[in-house]
Design a protein around this ligand. Structure first.
Ligand code: ACO
Length: 325
């Protein structure tokens, strides 16, 4: 049966120049490089310069993705940009990016599902393509979490970093089997009764300020492994595949212990898991496209590989996608 698939045409990423090693936190807080590495796997993260906004990071990643795809901004029909740290409350960061890349028609919008944002954006972009609303869509995850971190809270400030990643998807007529290239399935979930586990203590209609990240780390950890594994299994089932078919799990890069336990629960060897968290910490919606682009650069991900993407974050919101590269 002939179907329309959203096929990957290119990807890119950007990390700001400023690198912050774990030791820097130990100068002002009761923490250490050993503690942060052992509990999270994070060794360093990048922070945006004072004059760099989320759209600037997104622009760099988008420029690399367009080059990688052999396209220009004028070839895009839509941009779906996932962020919890937009430049402004409005207009959307996506429309800033639209203008910056020279996209002259179509539409662009932001989407907010915190750390699960990229999976949500990918699912939306895929639906736009499969329904015929757009042919070529750029999916972006971009964040400046350094702007909403409480630098006096050692339980959260060591975890996050800034960055951006972008993926270009294009419609392609395909066979409708698990062997097709492209996004084969997506699984989205959220449960608002867990709002208080991970949130920002401010906002437009509540405090008229941005607020700072607050988190019950252990509680989030407990939900993460089981929800990521079950969503990953659901995405595989929807695509008619099993864990044995996976070439690479590309997980949200929040914590190495979560990544390892989820892989183990799914019966996938760590040899088949892309890990970049040591170098950029948790970049929220940017973490999966960053990891994808870095893994392609490293020569890990190759054309035809089956990838399982999975993420969880504030909401709680979580999801997974099966993608043949
Ligand atoms: N340095 C030193 N000690 C610390 C630090 C730190 N940076 N942070 C917390 N501690 C202390 C705590 O204060 C506590 O001390 P106490 O026993 O004297 O009270 C002790 O370490 C143990 O704290 P726990 O919270 O039990 O430590 P845990 O092993 O759970 O690790 C962590 C904390 C790393 C936050 C972990 O719970 C975690 O990673 N949770 C997942 C949260 C996450 O990744 N959130 C990101 C967004 S959601 C997502 O992306 C999945």
């Amino acid at each position: 049966m002939s179907v329309i698939r959203a096929v990957v045409k290119g990807c890119g990423h950007y990390l700001p120049e400023r690198v912050v090693e774990n030791e820097e936190f130990a100068k002002t807080l009761d923490t250490s490089d050993e503690w942060i590495r052992a509990r999270t796997g994070i060794e360093r993260r990048h922070f945006a310069a004072d004059d760099q906004k989320t759209s600037d990071l997104a622009f760099e990643a988008a420029t690399m993705a367009l080059k990688n795809a052999g396209m220009t901004g004028a070839d895009l029909d839509a941009i779906v940009l996932a962020t919890a740290t937009p430049d402004q409350t409005f207009p959307s960061t996506a429309t800033r990016l639209q203008h910056a890349v020279g996209m002259i028609g179509g539409f662009a919008f932001d989407l907010q599902a915190v750390c699960a944002g990229f999976i949500y954006a990918l699912a939306n972009a895929t639906a736009l393509i499969e329904s015929g609303h757009a042919k070529t869509v750029m999916v972006v995850g971009a964040e400046t979490f350094s702007r909403i971190i409480d630098f006096t809270d050692r339980g959260t400030c060591v975890l996050f970093g800034d960055g951006a990643g972008a993926l270009i998807l294009q419609a392609k007529e395909s066979e409708g089997t698990g062997e097709d290239r492209g996004v084969l399935s997506t699984d989205l979930n959220s449960d608002g009764k867990y709002n208080d586990l991970l949130y920002v203590d401010g906002g437009v209609s509540s405090t008229q300020s941005t607020g700072l990240v607050r988190m019950q780390g252990q509680e989030v950890f407990k939900h993460a492994v089981s929800k990521l594994a079950s969503s990953g299994e659901k995405a595989l089932e929807l695509a008619g595949l099993t864990a044995d078919d996976i070439d690479w799990i590309v997980p949200h890069q929040a914590n190495l212990r979560i990544i390892k336990r989820t892989a183990k629960k799914m019966g996938v060897s760590m040899d088949n898991v892309v890990v970049t968290v040591q170098d950029h910490g948790n970049t929220s919606a940017a973490s999966i496209p960053l990891a994808l682009s870095i893994a392609v650069e490293r020569g890990q991900i190759k054309k035809g590989d089956l990838l399982l993407l999975e993420a969880i974050g504030g909401g709680l919101a979580w999801g997974a996608a099966a993608v043949r590269w």
